[in-house]
Design a protein around this ligand. Structure first.
Ligand SMILES: [Zn+2]
Length: 83
């Protein structure tokens, strides 16, 4: 009788890949611009600071047309409000 431990090679490191939580607000976003007729790089403008979040508007870098908007919910605002 023989006791053998079979080793099929080193185990690959387990676990999820590290996610970058510290990415900056600099977004290289491309959105479809109806004026230019294609996806264009856009600029993000802060429009309003609302209780539910900061409202941003995306404008085409080429022609300046509004191509989208979004509301960023920071969450910080709520916690400070609630005290
Ligand atoms: Zn455009």
């Amino acid at each position: 009788m023989r006791n053998r431990t079979f080793n099929f090679g080193p185990n690959p490191p387990q676990g999820p890949p590290q996610q970058r939580a510290d990415f900056e607000e600099l977004e290289a976003v491309e959105l479809y611009c109806p004026e230019c007729g294609q996806a264009m790089p856009v600029r993000k403008f802060l429009l309003l600071i609302l209780p539910e979040g900061d409202k941003y508007e995306y404008r085409c870098q080429q022609c300046g047309a509004k191509v989208g908007d979004k509301t960023d919910r920071s969450g910080q605002f709520y916690s400070t409000l609630r005290g």
